[in-house]
Design a protein around this ligand. Structure first.
Ligand SMILES: [Zn+2]
Ligand SMILES: [Zn+2]
Length: 398
């Protein structure tokens, strides 16, 4: 579809969106004002599910064994694709909605609400899937494994950002909890009887730092001390760190980087006479498999709304998302729309932008863009074919 304005239903979708604008903005502000961290998004998921139910969607709550997940469904005419709009709504510990997931949620729900009156004239089914715990919990991975995405032909979402971009550079990531166990002792009276678990953590940090020069440019390794011992006059029996490692591709991460880190963790244990246990603190996240046809549809509709697209730069500003795992299994769109010119996610300034006039305008633009992309998938078999072809082509080259 060359002209995003051309579809006869666009005007009705826009009219419905205009009618619902105030309600969507109010919902976005309400979620922003009540931040809930991963797996605890009780209010946000209920508010979204209720809003969709009121507009005729059949809603299942607690899908995939996650109490704060939901799946809302509105069928069009039989046949045609199943298109899922995704809502993230978790906040960050201590920072509130500094990743702007209140906007992701209301863009997805808003697109669905705008499409609802015209679904009877389209072939296919519209789903809205509420996906908890993007910030480190891997909610989409849990839902994927539970079959919540079965039958979905494409999954669409938009993340707020400081640029308008059709895709996001992503890194595959792992989060490791590394726990050392030593032997406690009086730190003055009998230190020679102790084996110091905190020393092992310190040496593990030093080992990671020694790796830094010998890793690829796309690698990121960052950690915190999650347990530094009980008191300075006790040789720490237990100490722990949480370590995140990332790379542009999951294979490099899992086959090269993680084994080297395991060596560092083991080496620190050996040096200190402690033992170490390493466990996954989250599901590993994969990099996003981009879909040029979906990205082109995103750009058409972003331009229709008067937005200016910045060319995608795969080397800049990469983060990690559980959308990566989903995009490896079915065609996915992770578009980006600006809510500020400078602020980046996970900062206080970004949290402010997520509840600003510009953020509200981006909410409406994002809902319109998502609705437009979904409309193309429902009504243009050529676009759907291209999306499937791009997905398969990316698989072949991976
Ligand atoms: Zn985030
Ligand atoms: Zn985010």
């Amino acid at each position: 579809m060359a002209d995003a304005d051309a579809h006869p239903l666009i005007d009705r979708i826009e009219a419905e969106l205009a009618r619902e604008r105030d309600a969507l903005v109010e919902l976005s502000h309400r979620i922003h004002a009540h931040p809930e961290i991963r797996f605890e998004e009780e209010r946000a998921s209920a508010w979204l599910a209720d809003a969709l139910e009121r507009r005729g969607f059949a809603v299942e709550r607690g899908v995939g064994g996650l109490p704060t997940a939901f799946r809302a469904r509105l069928d069009g005419r039989p046949g045609g694709p199943t298109v899922a709009l995704l809502c993230e709504y978790d906040a960050l510990p201590g920072l509130g909605h500094a990743c702007g997931h209140n906007l992701i949620a209301t863009m997805g729900a808003g697109a669905a609400i705008a499409l609802a009156p015209v679904m009877g004239e389209l072939d296919g089914s519209l789903l809205v899937i509420g996906t908890p715990a993007e910030e480190g919990g891997g909610g989409k991975i849990i839902l994927l494994e539970a079959g919540v995405f079965d039958g979905v032909d494409a999954a669409l979402m938009i993340h707020p950002y400081h640029l308008d971009q059709a895709g996001m550079a992503t890194l595959a990531s792992v989060k490791l909890e590394v726990v050392y166990t030593g032997t406690p002792a009086h730190a003055a009276m009998a230190p020679f009887e102790g084996r110091n678990a905190l020393d092992a953590v310190r040496l593990a940090f030093a080992g990671i730092d020694a790796m830094r020069q010998q890793v690829r440019d796309d690698v990121r390794m960052h950690a915190i001390v999650s347990d530094g011992g009980a008191a300075p006059n006790i040789i720490p029996e237990r100490a722990a760190m949480t370590c995140v490692a990332r790379s542009a591709d999951a294979r490099h991460l899992h086959e090269s980087l993680v084994p080297r880190l395991q060596g560092v963790f083991q080496g620190a244990a050996l040096m200190t006479g402690t033992t170490v246990e390493v466990t996954d603190a989250s599901h590993p996240y994969d990099e996003i498999r981009r879909n040029p046809a979906l990205e082109a549809a995103f750009e058409r509709h972003a331009r229709r709304r008067g937005r200016t697209i910045t060319p995608f730069d795969p080397s800049s500003g990469a983060g990690s998302t559980d959308m990566g795992n989903l995009s490896q299994v079915l065609p996915g769109l992770h578009g980006m729309l600006a809510i500020d010119d400078a602020a980046l996610p996970h900062t206080a300034a970004f949290a402010t932008a997520a509840r600003s006039e510009r953020g509200d305008r981006t909410l409406v633009d994002g809902a319109s863009v998502l609705a437009g992309v979904a409309l193309e998938l429902f009504s243009d078999a050529g676009v759907l074919r291209e999306v499937r072809g791009d997905f398969a082509a990316a698989e072949r080259t991976a």
